[in-house]
Design a protein around this ligand. Structure first.
Ligand code: SF4
Length: 166
């Protein structure tokens, strides 16, 4: 078993680490803003990419939602799905595209059940991934808020009209 998988199977520790790191970034946001988000992005990116690659097999989408997906990277799904599995999960819980691989959404759900802080965020609906953010630091995108903005042309979640049956 790889080190990354071993760590991912301990999501409780990872979510605590995430919360502490998140608080740290929020605390230092004024300083980061003063130094310039773009500059700090450049400094941060290599370390973020390396660390998250080892632990989560990160693809640097720039819109990290790991804590809402059982500390399991949704971009490792062959279809890059960010709102749960497709209809093709096999009876043994494996992927329809890669039969040897367990569906990452099965793993995400199992891990989320071990998470007391963010586990229920599995039920949150995620906005479509904005490919323009690919390769940038998700931490900086979190601070600037660009990671919660839908890509241009997409309707924001609260603006989706709800259909009522008469
Ligand atoms: S959600 Fe995006 S930033 Fe987070 S681990 Fe996956 S590819 Fe990397």
């Amino acid at each position: 078993m790889s080190l990354g998988r071993w760590l991912r199977n301990r999501p409780r520790g990872l979510e605590i680490l995430y919360r502490r790191t998140h608080r740290l970034f929020i605390r230092f946001d004024p300083l980061i803003a003063r130094l310039g988000y773009e500059r700090i992005d450049r400094w941060l990116r290599p370390g973020e990419e390396l660390g998250k690659k080892i632990v989560f097999d990160c693809r640097m989408c720039g819109q990290c939602i790991l804590h809402s997906t059982g500390m399991t990277c949704p971009m490792t799904c062959p279809k890059n799905l960010r709102n749960g599995p497709c209809g093709g999960v096999r009876a043994n819980g494996h992927c329809e595209v890669k039969p040897d691989m367990k569906c990452i959404w099965v793993e995400a759900f199992e891990r989320s059940r071990k998470m007391t802080l963010y586990g229920d965020e599995m039920l949150h609906i995620q906005i479509p991934v904005n490919r323009q953010l690919e390769g940038s630091s998700a931490w900086i995108n979190m601070l600037t808020g660009v990671d919660t903005q839908p890509p241009p042309g997409w309707v924001n979640l609260p603006d989706i009209p709800v259909l009522h049956k008469s």
